[in-house]
Design a protein around this ligand. Structure first.
Ligand SMILES: [Zn+2]
Length: 425
């Protein structure tokens, strides 16, 4: 009986204590909520005004203004939303803005403006999606790629939720009002890109392109992704969902999770890789950084055209190191040489033009001065002569550079065309 009383007393006191502490925590949360609502109401003051007020503390250069402004926006954002929301909504917004929406736009151009698309596709009309498949197949590919992209974001959210709410671990990514310095973001992004490149290459080459008769995953990759002969942007996310998670999502999320990246670094990483996927799967010949990105795009094309005989990496560096570049295709070192050559020619042409303009200016100044003294008729004659001489010299300079450029450019282009033709055949 006495034992029962003691137990009841423990249970009562425990319950009472729990009730009290919960009211304390409730009070703390409500205090926190009030403080946060006050803090976020500050955001109703126009932000440029706030950054202006912050000027005396941050200096007056435009970079510091931008940084201070960004810090204020970021801090307000992090205060206002739950860390999981900051991570997941941010990732979702970036995937939509930098991958899904531009992919739909490219697809729209390919489908609705075929003559424009043909003129900018590396393989011309052969690369137009509707030349190679029916509208229903195209709709299915778009739906699966969209679902894969959204699934990866949802999976990341579910993983974070289980990690923090059920297992009570620290979150996978760091969400804080602290903004990492740009050099630390750059270092983390480069490290993640290197790790992503290695992991993607290994999984794509050894798991997705293992023998389809032995591995169901390899069979799925062949049946889904490699059912397409000529890729276009949205195809970057088209594969069996398991293959997509293995080859695209894990290589990207793993380094960020292992090193517990700041969520801002993660968002920048997602934006960069989304743009990379958008461009290298596009099949377009007109891309920013004309040769390197175009080279990556051509190698992606070749991976699909040869049904996965090589070119397993995104950038081509590992394919070059391990000798898995598609036979006959240009590798990353060829691209670097071509890029350097192109830059060199462009610089030389620019120098020649500057020299020519300088000579014309000098001559005009010199002979113009003399003509002032000599008088009207002579001046006109001298100026003509000077113009002719300077023009001649300038033309000569330009001519020295000119004959090289078309021949070099022509040689390079014909070399590239020959390589690509042999790769395609
Ligand atoms: Zn493949």
């Amino acid at each position: 009986m006495a034992l029962q009383t003691i137990r009841d007393s423990i249970v009562y006191n425990h319950g009472y204590f729990e009730g009290r502490t919960s009211s304390v925590t409730d009070f703390l949360w409500s205090l926190y909520g009030t403080a946060m609502s006050k803090a976020t109401s500050v955001a109703s003051i126009p932000l440029p005004m706030l950054s202006f007020l912050a000027l005396p503390f941050f200096g007056s250069t435009s970079t510091t203004i931008n940084l201070a402004f960004f810090w204020l926006v970021w801090t307000t954002f992090v205060w206002k939303y739950d860390p999981l929301e900051v991570e997941i909504y941010g990732t979702l917004a970036i995937r939509c803005l930098f991958f899904l929406l531009p992919s739909y736009l490219f697809l729209g151009i390919d489908a609705l403006l075929p003559s424009l698309a043909t003129s900018i596709k590396a393989n011309g009309s052969k690369s137009l999606p509707l030349q190679n498949m029916t509208r229903s197949s195209l709709a299915k590919i778009t739906a699966v790629a969209t679902a894969n992209t959204l699934m990866a974001v949802a999976l990341q959210g579910a993983f974070e939720y289980i990690l923090t709410e059920y297992l009570h671990f620290r979150s996978g990514l760091r969400v804080s009002t602290f903004v990492p310095p740009p050099w630390s973001i750059a270092k983390d992004v480069l490290r993640a890109l290197a790790m992503r490149g290695l992991t993607h290459y290994a999984i794509h080459r050894y798991v997705l392109h293992a023998s389809p008769s032995k591995s169901p995953i390899a069979k799925w990759h062949q049946g889904w992704a490699h059912a397409i002969q000529r890729p276009f942007s949205i195809v970057a996310a088209y594969d069996h969902p398991i293959c997509y998670l293995l080859a695209q999502w894990i290589p990207l999320y793993l380094p960020a999770f292992l090193f517990r990246y700041h969520v801002l670094t993660w968002h920048i990483l997602v934006a960069l890789t989304s743009l990379e996927e958008l461009f290298i799967y596009s099949g377009y010949a007109v891309l920013p950084s004309s040769i390197l990105l175009s080279g990556m795009a051509r190698r992606t094309d070749a991976h699909y055209e040869t049904n996965g005989k090589g070119n397993f990496g995104h950038w081509g560096v590992l394919d070059w190191v391990f000798g898995t570049t598609c036979p006959g295709g240009a590798d990353v070192v060829d691209d670097l040489k071509d890029e350097a050559e192109e830059r060199n020619v462009r610089e030389r042409l620019g120098d020649a033009k500057d020299n020519a303009e300088g000579l014309v200016g000098d001559a005009k100044e010199r002979f113009g001065g003399e003509s002032d003294q000599a008088g009207g008729k002579d001046a006109a004659r001298n100026e003509d002569a000077a113009g002719g001489e300077a023009g001649g010299e300038a033309d000569g300079e330009a001519a020295e550079a000119e004959p090289e450029s078309p021949s070099q450019g022509g040689k390079r282009r014909s070399k590239r065309r020959a390589r690509e033709a042999s790769a395609a055949s």
